[in-house]
Ligand binder design. Structure first.
Ligand code: ADP
Ligand code: MG
Length: 141
């Protein structure tokens, strides 16, 4: 609760489709502030490290391949209750299960190519934000 920071990634499928701006707008319209952003094409090793918590899952290799298929846009967003608010705006992992009006319902193609990532807890955010951004790359606003 209170002001939180969260790591959001506009995933490669959404960047390739040209909907990155629309997705980032959803967060801005909800009052979240962008503190950092960049476009990066992940190596397999970088994707595997980011998703290390999923290493035992059957979809891990495929997920890492998907995340390296083109550039993505990691961002740090800040706002009141940002972690759970971002998760609500994103919708369920599987776009077929995502509520109408959510980002994944509108922009995701499949349970894997699902347009956006958002940290799922303060502990995840504390790992994920410095995975992509040095302290000097994150602006106070
Ligand atoms: P979320 O991104 O909603 O937190 P998870 O942490 O469970 O979802 O999974 C991480 C990512 O792995 C998902 O966003 C999606 O890209 C991919 N993924 C999850 N479940 C599957 C699955 N059953 N098959 C293929 N890819 C999956
Ligand atoms: Mg997750």
């Amino acid at each position: 609760m209170g002001i939180e920071r969260t790591l959001v990634i506009v995933k490669p499928d959404a960047v390739a489709k040209g909907v990155a701006g629309k997705i980032i707008s959803r967060f801005e319209e909800a009052g979240l502030r962008i503190l950092a952003a960049k476009l990066v094409h992940l190596t397999h090793e970088q994707a595997a490290g980011f998703y290390i918590v999923h290493r035992e899952r059957p979809f891990y290799r495929s997920l890492c391949a998907f995340m390296t298929q083109g550039p993505c846009i990691p961002t740090v967003l800040e706002g009141d209750n940002a972690i759970s608010r971002v998760r609500d705006l994103m919708g369920a992992t599987d776009p077929a299960q995502a509520a109408p009006g959510t980002i994944r319902r509108e922009f995701a193609a499949s349970i894997e190519a699902n347009a956006v990532h958002g940290s799922d807890s303060p502990e995840s955010a504390a790992f994920e934000i410095p995975y992509f951004f040095d302290a000097l790359e994150i602006s106070a606003r």
